[in-house]
Design a protein. Structure first.
Length: 242
């Protein structure tokens, strides 16, 4: 079964809506781990719309679990990542006008910056992944810049109609198989929820799923622990024993 990493950005979004000190994303992150999550993900955006620099520092000081720091290729963000001490990094595209990340990183267009950022982050001891669309050329590009991991963008699958979803799942399967054939390790995330997670969790070689909004939204009505444990159960049931 893939590991479940919980993205806690949406707890910070609720806090920032009123510029309050609560709810505390760090405290919620620790509760997610207590409920069975394997790790946590935070996206420090350049505009600081949800996660703040202090959240990253406090989260890393509060747990020995793997914390995955998402950031753009902006020089300020890479500098913060290099000094953070995070155990994992995911490089993502970023557009100030977007509500959430809208697509995968264009690894081919960003090759020059990636050839600087990936080795630098790796030298700090972090696991580096690139958030990419399930496109074979982008996967080849990820390998060329030395990234050990890719995180496949599951948004098109999650947003697909019933008629389109099987084709999107097949696209993810082809991407996963191609990535592993060229030596990349595979994570996935974006738009996954309790209703669509099982087929993605069951994909061969899938190591980690990053899920945030759906878990936080379900926690509002069902409680945080139930939201996490039910997601873990769905992922486990989708994966036959090895």
């Amino acid at each position: 079964m893939p590991r479940l990493h919980v993205n806690i950005d949406h707890i910070a979004t609720l806090r920032q809506a009123r510029r309050e000190a609560f709810p505390d994303p760090v405290a919620w992150g620790l509760r997610c781990l207590e409920a069975g999550a394997h790790g946590l993900t935070l996206h420090l955006r350049k505009d600081r719309r949800h996660i703040q620099d202090a959240d990253v520092t406090r989260m890393l000081e509060s747990t020995d679990a793997l914390v995955n720091l998402e950031c753009s290729l902006d020089s300020e963000m890479i500098g913060i990542a290099l000094e953070s001490g995070a155990g994992a990094f995911c490089l993502v595209p970023e557009n100030r006008s977007e509500v959430t990340t809208e697509g995968g990183l264009d690894v081919i267009a960003e090759q020059a910056r990636l050839l600087e950022a990936v080795p630098a982050l790796t030298e700090r001891g972090g696991l580096v992944s690139l958030f990419v669309d399930p496109d074979l050329a982008q996967l080849d590009g990820a390998r060329e810049v030395g990234a050990p991991f890719v995180e496949l963008h599951t948004g098109p699958y999650a947003n697909a109609t019933d008629r389109e979803r099987e084709a999107e799942l097949e696209r993810l399967l082809r991407a996963t198989e191609h990535a592993t054939s060229i030596g990349l390790r595979v994570n996935a995330g974006h738009g996954l929820d309790h209703g669509n997670v099982a087929p993605v969790a069951a994909l061969p070689h899938m190591e980690e799923l990053n899920i945030g909004f759906a878990l936080v939204a379900r926690a509002v009505t069902h409680g945080l622990e139930e939201s996490i444990t039910s997601m873990l159960s769905l992922m486990n049931e989708a994966c036959p024993p090895q």
